[in-house]
Design a protein around this ligand. Structure first.
Ligand code: G3I
Length: 376
């Protein structure tokens, strides 16, 4: 039943007067912000079934207050940048040090965040003693023991595991486009299935991920990863998601967006999810203005997310760091494009912890995803 016009106008006038009185009482320095400005990446993402996360170190969380504040504002998920790697946690056969990831897990629990385990099986960041064991015929025992040790220690406390990391490299010329690693040489391609089955046995609650990079730039690699996923799923291997590391380039390489679209479709068609696990943007041109560089970084990321989000809603959207302050891409040993060790601007916050265009494009693209109605 509608309200008589005169009564309706009177009610509007009374409401306007009440708002004016409330505004007068508000302290002058209060910036009246819209919900949009207050919303964080974490909040916007959670309302769409996405966990936004970042790679961190325990030291950053415990020693850097401004960084910690940004993590608590924008992240629902943390992943150890290096503190769960074999070389860090198992420096010797019986010399284990889990203190770094333990601290990250504790911080996450105390602050209502989830954690990712990264990685269980990788060819890199391996200590020499383990490589020798693999080469001396003890690869199967070593693989089993490591997964049981690490995944067992954190069973039920890890949201998802990168069980096998970067096993595909077609240019190595191995069958199936597999990377020529000590694991492959010792155990054949069965090491991948073995790793997933043991990880699932040790922690049935965790989502198990195959993690790799450059599927958005290299069609042959994308094809080989899809073939690997299909082979694993056909054998009933407990593989839940493919992690696209998403280390993007601004200028040096051009995104293969049709290829990325087809890759996401093919993975989803296998009944496997797609998650974003290490998003950042590698610069090659450090001479342009910061504004132009930030614009380019936001633009390539926006195009990437538009393509992925058109095909699926990743339950994890993890950045490989939150601030340029700690980006691996500013270190010459990791970034041959940056021999002088210039600051790479490929993360959402700058060195002073100010939000950049990339932060806004993440927010805009997350908001382009329909609300899922379920909080995660
Ligand atoms: O800071 C410690 C220092 O305290 C310690 O004494 C020293 C002893 O080794 O290590 C230092 O840590 C280094 C760490 O980066 C922080 O700079 C490690 O040596 C170094 O190996 C580590 O490199 C990491 C690399 O993976 C290898 O683990 C990078 O930070 C990390 O960004 C990079 O991340 C990889 C992903 O795991 C997989 N995808 C590609 C990605 C980039 O390469």
């Amino acid at each position: 039943m509608s309200m008589p016009r005169r009564e309706f106008l009177g009610a509007c006038m009374a409401a306007a007067a009440s708002l004016a009185r409330a505004a007068e009482r508000m302290p002058l320095n209060t910036k009246v912000v819209s919900l949009a400005e207050e919303e964080t990446l974490r909040q916007a993402a959670q309302r769409r079934g996405i966990k936004v996360g970042a790679a961190v170190s325990s030291e950053q969380l415990l020693r850097d207050d401004s960084f910690k504040a940004a993590v608590l504002r924008d992240c629902a998920l943390l992943v150890p940048e290096w503190e769960l790697k074999w070389a860090t946690v198992c420096k010797g056969p019986l010399q284990n040090d889990f203190s770094g990831f333990d601290a990250i897990v504790r911080f996450a629990r105390e602050n209502g965040l989830a954690v990712r385990g990264h990685p269980l099986v990788w060819h890199a960041a391996m200590p020499d003693w383990a490589l020798n064991e693999i080469r001396n015929g003890n690869a199967a025992r070593l693989l089993d023991e490591h997964i049981r040790l690490v995944a067992g220690r954190y069973a039920t406390r890890v949201f998802s595991w990168d069980v096998v990391n970067e096993a595909i490299k077609p240019e190595d010329g191995m069958p199936g486009g597999l990377r020529d690693t000590p694991w492959l040489r010792a155990l054949g391609d069965g090491y991948i299935e073995r790793a997933f089955r043991i990880a699932h046995e040790v922690d049935p609650t965790a989502r198990l991920v195959y993690n790799d990079y450059n599927m958005e730039y290299e069609p042959a690699k994308a094809k080989a990863i899809v073939a690997l996923v299909k082979k694993l799923k056909d054998k009933g291997v407990p593989l839940h998601a493919v992690g696209m590391q998403s280390h993007l380039w601004t200028t040096r390489r051009k995104l293969d967006l049709p290829g990325l679209r087809d890759f996401c479709r093919a993975i989803v068609r296998e009944g496997v999810e797609v998650v974003i696990t290490e998003l950042d943007v590698r610069e090659s041109d450090f001479d342009s203005s910061a504004e132009e560089r930030d614009r380019r970084i936001a633009s390539v990321t926006g195009a990437y997310l538009d393509t992925v989000f058109a095909e699926c809603v990743p339950r994890e959207l993890v950045l490989w760091g939150l601030s340029d302050r700690y980006s691996w891409l500013s270190k010459p040993k990791f970034n041959p494009e940056n021999p002088q060790g210039l600051l790479n601007r490929g993360l959402p916050y700058d060195r002073e912890m100010r939000q950049k265009a990339l932060w806004q494009v993440l927010m805009d693209k997350i908001r382009s995803v329909p609300l899922s109605g379920k909080q995660i």
